[in-house]
Design a binder for this molecule. Structure first.
Ligand SMILES: Nc1ncnc2c1ncn2[C@@H]1O[C@H](COP(=O)(O)OP(=O)(O)OP(=O)(O)O)[C@@H](O)[C@H]1O
Length: 718
């Protein structure tokens, strides 16, 4: 027996050698073969799967992937499937051959970074139970770690529990320098701005030295310059396969030029892969988009880096309008009285100690009526629509927190809100926080993070008439009608279990020439369910998806007709079609219906007859008497009515804030984006048609070669 084994050895060794050689170059890192994925075993029994019959292979070398889909949740779910989460069936459908060879697990070798509110803060180190204004308090909590502590892993109260992973000081220095985190290392993590927090989370993940880094929407909320900088850094990492990178992008976001491979989820179901392979192959597969297929057009233009603005703008009665229905002719309103007056505002921290004093807003002098004055001088009037811009960390959120009075320095700085100061002066009462709350509607990532999650959906909207989210709202009959109108209009987004089914059926109804009686009954039943608003009392804020939570907070900012609406990155994290619907609602309320056949260029239609006939319109958009402030790093999220802008300088560079006016909706004037930033924004190098075709051909050859290699291996193994 032993001899027989020996005799067999010479044949056995070469076989293993061949196998090892092919494993080292061609072994997939992640392989999904005909995989159907459920959230958990409970869902497997009761509901439809997250993904159906997915085939996808992520190799170890020279592949830099981007995942594209129309909904944020499907992208997050797909990355989580690669990360080893959820239930894949059959069990062998998901495998990690390369990791098995390395004797490691997906849990250790794959890092996922998502940026939604549940996961925001730095890896669970954000202090729980904080309230919004606490971010700006001067004192430090014992457990409020510095950024350096966070990166080095010194966040355990028990020093012996310090993780082993951060020993590589060279790597730490390299990452800190490349992500421009050096000036922030000694700041408490709770003081970091949104963009800074995002960079810190990327740094932390890179320090774990994963084999694969999954970045879910990494450029969301980053200013255009940081975006370019971080993209270049990720490119360098990806090219060294240290780590390999897969990122998820919104449809329409331009795909970084260094991305070599794309995986695209089907735009209607979002549960199947419709394209996968090299950029060239996907581009070729898309072919010439026929008719008005906006999905294909949008995808093609993101690959070739052409602006898809003209295709988003709509033509109505021979006039080009922005996607929220504003024409070139739409003129700014005549401004009314000042709602916010800033007369030389300077926000600083560490004022008692000159060596640590840091001025984060207003560290400049500017000419006011011909006289040079210190700090920020800026007024916001009734009827005005402003965009607030500036690099990450330039003080945009700080500026807004002075207006909402979440910042303690609102009391001491020369600021007037609605004509009054926060503290009383001789002969004048100060404005109370409760009056401010009732006159300002505010949605921002910070409000999202700190909002009480247990409130039912209806209560979230009603809280717009309360002193605080948890106190009793002052409700009237009209308020009730308004809340119902908002809930009904946004039922498809806020009551997803009922209405995603409704949407699917509605989409299919148009495709199926004769709708079956059963389907018709189901459709009718679902429509009545949407009419009935009981779900808004039973479902809570927590039950909603991230995108729907954002919708609800956006509506809360509008529902009580406040004098001032503040939308700080309010639409980021919403699915594209949903954010378009919100923009349309802000502009026209219930006068214009948004259509989910959004890939058709007639994406919305005017229903003014509805208003005239039966007075069903309860909300007809932002009023002339209201003012609007928006902050976004994404041009698509700037409402078409915004005409004025202020761009804050990078803190510490001494230049004053710049202000300007837009000639029309920003969407119709893309060049104004560079004016706002006052820098020639980097123009990405477009891949030429020849390059894309060559890459598609190379991909075809590579796939043929791969197929041949696989066959040889199988024959040898057999
Ligand atoms: N308590 C504090 N002490 C020192 N610095 C602070 C404190 N709180 C905030 N900062 C700093 O103030 C600056 C402005 O932050 P802010 O959040 O206003 O920026 P932002 O323009 O909104 O950025 P982003 O676009 O990333 O959201 C940041 O550099 C931040 O680190």
């Amino acid at each position: 027996m032993f001899r027989a084994q020996l005799r067999r050895r010479p044949f056995a060794y070469p076989q293993i050698a061949i196998r090892l050689r092919s494993l080292s170059t061609e072994t997939p890192l992640v392989r999904l073969e005909n995989a159907t994925v459920y959230k958990d075993s409970l869902q497997q029994n009761n509901q439809s799967p997250l993904f159906q019959k997915i085939d996808f292979t992520l190799h170890t070398a020279n592949e830099h992937w981007a995942l594209i889909s129309t909904t944020d949740s499907s992208r997050t779910d797909f990355l989580n499937v690669l990360n080893g989460r959820y239930l894949a069936t059959p069990p062998e459908a998901r495998s990690y051959p390369y990791l098995e060879l390395q004797n490691t697990t997906p849990h250790r070798a794959i890092s996922y970074i998502g940026f939604d509110a549940e996961r925001s803060g730095l890896g669970g180190t954000a202090v729980k139970g904080q309230y919004l204004s606490q971010r700006y308090e001067a004192h430090r909590e014992v457990d409020d770690w510095s950024l350096l502590d966070y990166l080095e892993g010194n966040t355990e109260l028990n020093a012996l529990e310090k993780p082993e992973n951060v020993k590589d000081t060279d790597l730490l220095a390299n990452i800190v320098a490349n992500l421009n985190l050096e000036p922030l290392l000694h700041l408490p993590v709770s003081n970091l701005s949104n963009g800074q927090t995002r960079r810190a989370r990327i740094a932390k993940a890179l320090l774990q030295k994963p084999e694969l880094l999954l970045l879910d929407g990494p450029f969301m909320g980053l200013d255009p310059i940081s975006k370019e900088h971080i993209s270049t850094f990720l490119k360098q990492m990806a090219e060294r396969s240290n780590p390999r990178i897969m990122l998820s992008l919104r449809l329409g976001e331009s795909i970084p030029t260094w991305i070599t491979h794309l995986i695209v989820l089907d735009s209607e179901t979002n549960s199947q892969v419709c394209h996968s392979g090299t950029k060239g192959r996907v581009w070729k597969a898309l072919g010439r988009p026929r008719g008005k297929n906006g999905f294909q057009q949008s995808l093609r233009s993101s690959i070739t880096l052409e602006s898809n603005r003209p295709s988003r703008a709509k033509h109505s009665k021979d006039e080009i309008t922005s996607s929220d229905g504003f024409t070139e002719k739409h003129r700014p309103l005549t401004p009314g009285e000042a709602l916010v007056e800033m007369q030389g505002v300077k926000v600083s921290y560490g004022a008692s100690d000159a060596s640590t004093k840091k001025i984060v807003l207003g560290n400049w002098s500017e000419s006011v009526d011909g006289v040079e004055k210190e700090g920020l001088w800026w007024n916001l009037r009734r009827g005005e629509r402003w965009g607030v811009f500036g690099p990450n960390g330039s003080g945009k959120t700080t500026l807004l927190s002075l207006i909402t009075s979440d910042h303690p320095q609102t009391y001491s700085l020369p600021i007037k809100l609605f004509g009054r100061s926060r503290i009383p002066s001789p002969g004048e009462l100060g404005i109370s926080i409760f009056e401010l709350q009732s006159r300002i509607g505010h949605s921002s990532p910070e409000v999202h993070t700190y909002f009480p999650k247990h409130l039912p959906i209806r209560r979230v909207l009603e809280s717009a008439w309360a002193d605080t989210p948890l106190s009793k709202p002052r409700l009237t009959w009209q308020n009730d009608i308004r809340v119902n109108a908002f809930l009904r209009w946004f039922a498809p987004e806020l009551s997803p279990t009922q209405t995603s089914e409704l949407q699917t059926l509605a989409i299919n109804k148009e495709k199926i020439p004769r709708i079956s009686p059963t389907m018709k009954r189901r459709l009718e039943r679902l429509q009545t369910i949407t009419e009935d608003l009981d779900w808004a009392d039973t479902m809570t804020f927590r039950d909603l998806s991230f995108s729907s939570q954002r919708v609800l907070l956006f509506l809360r900012a509008l529902v009580a007709d406040p004098d001032l609406i503040i939308l700080d990155e309010a639409l980021s994290g919403m699915d594209k079609a949903v954010s378009e619907k919100c923009m349309l609602f802000l502009a026209h309320g219930e006068k214009i219906e948004h259509h989910y056949d959004r890939w058709n260029s007639s994406g919305h239609r005017f229903t003014d007859t509805l208003q005239k006939d039966n007075e069903m319109v309860n909300f007809d958009g932002i009023q002339d008497s209201q003012a609007l402030l928006t902050i976004s790093h994404n041009t698509e999220d700037i409402p078409g009515c915004v005409r004025q802008w202020i761009c804050l300088p990078q803190s510490g560079d001494g230049k004053p804030a710049r202000v300007g006016e837009l000639p029309g909706p920003l969407e119709l004037h893309p060049d104004s984006w560079a004016d706002i930033w006052d820098v020639p924004l980097p123009k990405p190098v477009k891949p030429t048609v020849r390059q894309l075709t060559a890459s598609a051909e190379m991909d075809a050859k590579a796939r043929k070669k791969e197929g041949r290699a696989k066959k040889t291996l199988e024959t040898k193994e057999a």
